[in-house]
Ligand binder design. Structure first.
Ligand SMILES: Nc1ncnc2c1ncn2[C@@H]1O[C@H](COP(=O)(O)OP(=O)(O)OP(=O)(O)O)[C@@H](O)[C@H]1O
Ligand SMILES: [Mg+2]
Length: 306
């Protein structure tokens, strides 16, 4: 599992994606790697866990460990604002007020958030590719993450179509003798295509691993099966699985003993259903995890499982 360039940690809401991806990043940083952990979750969960304000800029939170948080909703608004600024300069106020409405409608179109997340994520990773040994992505819950990866799959094709259309429009205008000034846009589109296809090449390569995180519960098992099926179909590498929040073996509480009996059945099922993956288990702690001290303990536990 060690030695990859890019890791995604994903799974159902609340299973422990942020905790496990942060602990894994800490483990790598302690082993001397320079790591960047990126969260695509708007809840600012890294800031919460590391007990420091992480924010959209890349910043060092511990020696060798850098972090940044992408807020997809905010990124979309920033995109729309900057596009509108450019349009405002080019058209009359009447036309602008109509265009403005269309742009704001686009903000809420399905798929836009994923596209902008992919664009931002690809920039954060590719612009820093040589600066870091590896990148760890703490993703939003399963549905969003699959949509995001599908966007990575398709985005190269979209860019190709956009560029073709733009080129056709430019040559028509040139034939009509109209000054276009559109070559700057074409250059930007081509740069973006290069970046996004480069990112897709990395995501669907041997240098990338997707690590599903789950809990030993029925719904979590079902969702993880679907997640892995989708990932394999897309060609994203999956070799390890983290089962988090496993109850302790010993208990003198009747209630917990009963839960543990059921959990043992689920753990057995997990072993069978995911027999081609290495299963790493992490114990349920008596309290929620917060701060570096807690993270270090999870990192040690994870290291012992590797
Ligand atoms: N092994 C554990 N033992 C006890 N509590 C844990 C454990 N792992 C995670 N938690 C707690 O469970 C909660 C959810 O964890 P975390 O935020 O890492 O999950 P997540 O999958 O990132 O959630 P979300 O889907 O909201 O992003 C947190 O309060 C965290 O402290
Ligand atoms: Mg999280």
């Amino acid at each position: 599992m060690l030695g990859k360039k890019l890791y995604f940690f994903g799974g159902k809401g609340g299973v422990g994606k942020t905790t496990v991806s942060s602990a894994f990043s800490l483990l790598l940083a302690k082993a001397g790697k320079k790591v960047l952990i990126i969260s695509t979750d708007p809840a600012h969960s890294l800031s919460d866990l590391f007990e420091t304000n992480v924010g959209p800029e890349v910043r060092e939170v511990l020696p060798n460990l850098f972090a940044t948080e992408i807020d997809p909703g905010k990124e979309v608004s920033t995109y729309v604002e900057s596009a509108l600024n450019a349009v405002e300069r080019a058209v009359s106020p009447e036309v602008f007020s109509q265009i403005k409405e269309v742009f704001h409608a686009v903000e809420h179109t399905p798929g836009v958030e994923e596209a902008v997340t992919v664009d931002t994520l690809s920039r954060k990773i590719l612009d820093n590719l040589r600066g870091f040994d590896c990148f760890v992505v703490d993703t939003a819950p399963t549905g969003h993450t699959l949509a995001m990866l599908r966007t990575v799959e398709r985005v190269g094709r979209w860019m190709e179509e956009l560029i073709e259309r733009k080129m056709r429009a430019e040559s028509l205008k040139e034939m009509a003798g109209t000054e276009t000034g559109g070559h700057g846009t074409l250059r930007i589109l081509k740069e973006r295509r290069e970046r996004l296809t480069g990112f897709a090449r990395l995501v669907f390569s041997e240098d990338t691993l997707f690590v599903p995180v789950m809990n030993p519960e029925r719904l979590s098992i079902l969702e993880t099966e679907r997640l892995i099926e989708n990932l394999e179909h897309m060609g994203v590498g999956v070799t390890h699985l983290v089962v988090n929040k496993v109850l302790p073996e010993e208990t003198d509480c009747e209630f917990l003993r009963k839960r543990k009996t059921q959990e043992r059945e689920y753990l057995e099922l997990i072993g069978k259903r995911f027999r081609n993956l290495r299963v790493l288990t992490l114990k349920m702690k008596p309290t929620d995890l917060k701060g570096i001290g807690d993270l270090e303990k999870v990192a040690e536990e994870l290291e012992a499982e590797l």
